[in-house]
Design a protein around this ligand. Sequence first.
Ligand code: ZN
Length: 561
Amino acid sequence: MKRKLSIILALVMIMSMTFGATVQGAMAEYTVKEGDVLWKIAKANGTDWETLAEENALDNPHLIFPGQMLTIPDYEKKVTLLHTNDMHGFFIEGSYDGMGAAKLKTVFDMYDADKTLVLDGGDATQGANLVTLSDGATAIEVMNALGYDAMVTGNHEFDYGQEPLLANVAAADFPVLAANIKKDDDSDFLTPYVIKEVDGVKVAIFGLATPETVYKSHPANSEGLTFEDPATAAAALVPTLEGMADVIVCLAHLGDEGDTTSESVAKAASGIDVIIDGHSHSAYAEGIVVGDTLIASAGEKTANVGVIEVKLTNGVVSGTSAKLFTKDDAEGIEEDATVAALIEKINTANAVIEEEIVSTTEEVLVGERADVRTGETNLGNLIAESILDISDADVALTNGGGIRSSIDVGDITKGEVLTVLPYGNTVVKIELTGADIIAALEVGLTDYPEAKGAFPHIAGMTVEFDSSKEALSRVTSVMIGDVAVDEAATYTLVTNNFLQAGGDGYKMFDGKTVAGEYGAMDEVLIDYINANGTSGGALTERIKDIAVATTGWIIDILTAA
Ligand SMILES: [Zn+2]
């Protein structure tokens, strides 16, 4: 026994001398303690006992003794973070949308599940009919099938109300995170963070929700909740997480605009290795580096899968990188059959929901293309009145091109309303000047009497224009109630989020302060008709061409003479 030990000792000395010549700078030394076992030392140092035995030329790896020096080889590990954000329920591949959920699953499966986490930056459960018809429940079904490990709540997750949100959270096989939403008793509304072990690497993931939720979703949806400043919340939490994990990942539904951005969080809370961002629908080809933090974001609507690689050397983060796997990259890949079948099942169930009767009408509600793109119709008026009513704005304006069909007399089904308003657009209130309102009306009226998608359907104001004048100088009068619009004064205008983003030429709306968001257009219209009937759509000559009147007046005089 003694003899054997001394042979090993001699061997160790020879071997350590041999290695001494080639030792790498970062290699660590370890002094064996009483009771140590090689495999435990190996595991604690991110390696395995075979490697350790080979590195130290131990011919019997079970014979180590206190005081013995072991060389711990450098080791590297790589954790992959796959991520999406702002999917808005667009899980079906489409020419204007992304690759769809069935291809997402195939892309996720291309990575080693044991070394990979799948994460989402929020706003997944609201938008496309596929998910809104179930108040987001079907989005969670799809995400469960996709194998998500965690997501942060977006503002749109609140759009159905707190109860449906919490039901969706409960149905998810993964945590829906937010470290900065507190209830009245100061307890957390959602799970603040989770620690995941990936190939022996501990990854802390925490969520930050946008404080804009309190006005970007209906105010009732955030009643009783306080959204703490994300940067402050992160700065308070990160030191705790540093003691618990090797890698710190923040899922931030904050975006790159407004008061609190992901960049401001990275600056305020050092120690975050990766921020996966959502909310602004940004697509960063290689991420953005702020200090030691990599900020990544993968666009919207399953257009890309974000792929982040976190490299660790001897258990410490030594590098991060980000890239996008785009819809083009996914061109030739197969859809995952299980996810494709799930989407098909949801579509079939939705067809039944679309038969549901939501209201009735005693008159045809006119939404024909030729009508809604050239003038006031009862359906256009109703939609404008419904968004004015819910938002309490001064005036309402929505585009004729967004009204896609008529509704016939009798029962109104959910499907009919969705055919009228198929885009999943939401209602948004902005602040702007009287001059902006006039400029917007001018844009909508440039082509009159030719059809134009931008043709404005309005409420809360009456407009006169002269089509015999040049385009962009046709509006002659805008009355809000009994008072002429004041070009210099500030007003609130409610519209749909497509126009709010500058769509259909309404560039003057883009970038204006958002004063409120009120859910989906179709839901707002249904609720309005149920509460008020359809009489609000009655034609009132609220937008009137006076050129005809002028011509008629001249003809009268000529005839009289
Ligand atoms: Zn958002």
